[in-house]
Design a protein around this ligand. Sequence first.
Ligand code: 13P
Length: 249
Amino acid sequence: MSRKMIIAGNWKMNKTPSEARAFVEELKPLVAGADAEVVCCVPAIDIIPAVEAARGSNIVIGAENMYFEEKGAFTGEISPDMLVDAGVTYVILGHSERREYFAETNETVNKKVLKAFEHGLKPIICCGETLTQREQGITIDWIRQQIKIAFLGVTAEQAKAAVIAYEPIWAIGTGKVATAEQAQEVCGAIRSLIREIYGDDTAEAIRIQYGGSVAPKNAGEIFSQPDIDGGLVGGASLKPEFGQVVNWK
Ligand code: 13P
């Protein structure tokens, strides 16, 4: 298996531009030489200072959202060209907080995914079930639907460069991490779905992360599962302990 692990921080609505610059500077020596690809997905206003601070290091900068139109009268939105010009590589799309608080749907996520690829941005596409859905036994069906719609119109070559983040909503910010078996079961099912849609090559290339209360103490067990290729990390990505998550081995 030749997939490179990818450990991404999702800062959410945290850190001012000056805090962003200082934190990236602090992180650089802590993650230098890591085996995994290291990404910090930061608020839009933090992108430029974070990119400047990361220059010459192995940290790449991502965005937390993006709009699916090129430009125009969409007050408050950020376009793909703006992200590319600012030096962004990855963009988180369809995070459960965007779905819950900002009315994003599988369909808008799909539009954003297609637009990101059009501009050479690599999407980190989020999916995940609520606790109720897990208790109802519909987790895999739900995730399959989210992923199928997110990838409508995406080519196999594009899909190889995508990252999928499986984040059970009940595990986000709760300290209640999924067991390694639960996380592997869903990530394995996602890879099987990608195999059904695109075939073996794409299924073997695409990277699937787990997210939800990842911390230094649980990263090793989760990241060593066969279908888990890293993590999308919230709270623990805001502190120097992110370096320990990145160096989980
Ligand atoms: P926590 O790591 O804080 O649970 O957040 C997970 C998450 O939502 C990352 O996108």
